[in-house]
Design a protein around this ligand. Structure first.
Ligand code: 2PG
Ligand code: MG
Length: 399
């Protein structure tokens, strides 16, 4: 039933106007799945390799597609993903490209769901999933690699932790985004946006913290539930010559740990991603020791959705949460392995978009399928609302 008849790959546009890989898979019984690879700007140095799109497509056509067409069954996701690894033959997908691999892997899952006539989250998670929803982390203000001349901290994220439903949570984040925009305009800041639709004004971190506190408080009052906020520091991008560079200011590792811990306490931050360099397991462990009982310390560039790096982090007490991005590791099976290792070890998985995105909604289904407590997928902008609106539909039972 689920035998693959054809795999087609094509370059399409992503939200930054760059090319990315889209895969279409058809099964012998007429099932169809389509998925597209996202793309990062602040990529971790240990991520699987994204190849230039035409090269990734040519290599996958040569090495992977002949092993899939007429030979593999989309219902067996692990088998599909093993074939992708075997066709690639490297540790990091540097032959067929993690962009080709992840598009094929996700398209196969969608084709399998189509054959079953089930929503993707149910195919991935089973009959008993679909009742619990992730809290969406909405990018409100940011800079780093996602916008020039803005904050050094990459993302200030609204976290509507008291929302009674996914729909309320999504609308609350959009309201925080609007409110923060108004507060910025009141201060005479031009309302430009960065790659993920967050406001990207030329303000200091101190001002960004104040605006986030004011915007989340005001929306929490009008919506009637608790809204906190958090950060993706993306600190590897700030780390140069052994110190963290904030414009003209520079912080040693000890100062960076002290600064982040102080912000966690002052603003009651619910979430802090990549507060230290991507190779600094010890620094992560120190910060987790100090504030890990009151906030999530999440490893993105530190773990790169890789079970070996996560296992090392667990061993060293380096965090209490992991960011999960399918294209960092290349297949859905590897992605789910990282989620499950995290959950078995008391680490919260946070399913995430990339700064370069498409209309693809796989991560919304993945978050519901794995009972992930959080999803990071922006607050506004078509490629972000694609996932948020899909979560609303899943919540309605109409996806
Ligand atoms: O650092 C991150 O978490 C992501 C998504 O927000 O950014 P990028 O895709 O550029 O790595
Ligand atoms: Mg990050």
């Amino acid at each position: 039933m689920t035998l693959i008849e054809s795999v087609r790959l094509r370059p399409i546009l992503d939200s930054r106007g760059n090319k990315t890989v889209e895969a279409d898979i058809e099964t012998a019984s007429g099932g169809f799945g389509r998925a597209a690879a996202p793309s990062g700007a602040s990529t971790g140095e240990h991520e699987a390799v994204e190849r230039p799109v035409e090269e990734a497509i040519a290599a996958a056509r040569e090495h992977a597609i002949p092993r899939l067409e007429g030979a593999a069954y989309v219902g067996d996701q692990r088998e599909i993903d093993q074939i992708l690894h075997a066709a690639d033959g490297t540790e990091d997908f540097s032959e067929i490209g993690a962009n080709s691999a992840v598009a094929i892997s996700m398209a196969a899952a969608k084709a399998a769901a189509d054959v079953l006539g089930a929503p993707l989250y149910q195919h991935l998670g089973g009959a008993f999933r679909g009742r619990s929803f992730p809290t969406p982390l909405g990018n409100i203000i940011g800079g780093g690699e996602h916008a020039a001349e803005a904050t050094a901290i990459q993302e200030f994220l609204a976290a509507p932790i008291g929302a009674p439903s996914i729909r309320d949570a999504v609308f609350a984040n959009a309201a925080v985004h609007q409110t923060a925009g108004e507060l910025l305009r009141d201060r005479g800041e031009a309302p430009a946006k960065g790659d993920e639709g967050a406001w990207a004004p030329s303000i200091t971190e101190d001002v960004a913290f104040e605006i986030m506190a004011e915007a989340t408080d005001s929306v929490a009052d009008s919506f009637g539930f608790e809204i906190g906020f958090g950060l993706d520091v993306a600190a590897a991008e700030l780390y140069e010559d052994g110190a963290y560079q904030y414009g003209t200011d520079s912080k040693s590792t000890a100062e960076q740990i002290e600064y982040v811990a102080e912000m966690v306490r002052e603003y009651d931050l619910v979430y802090v991603e990549d507060p230290l360099d991507e190779n600094d397991f010890d620094g992560f462990a120190e910060l987790t020791d100090q504030v890990g009982d009151r906030t999530l310390i999440c490893g993105d560039d530190l773990f790169v959705t890789n079970t070996a790096r996560l296992a090392e982090g667990i061993e060293r007490g380096a965090a209490n949460s992991i960011l999960i991005k399918p294209n960092q590791i290349g297949t859905l099976s590897d992605t789910v392995d990282a989620v499950e290792l995290a959950q078995r070890s008391g680490y919260d998985p946070v399913i995430s978009h990339r700064s370069g995105e498409t209309e693809d909604t796989t991560i919304a289904h993945l978050a519901v399928a794995t009972d992930a407590p959080f999803i990071k997928t922006g607050a506004v902008g078509g490629e972000r609302t694609a996932k948020l609106n899909e979560l609303i539909r899943i919540g309605d039972g109409t996806s």
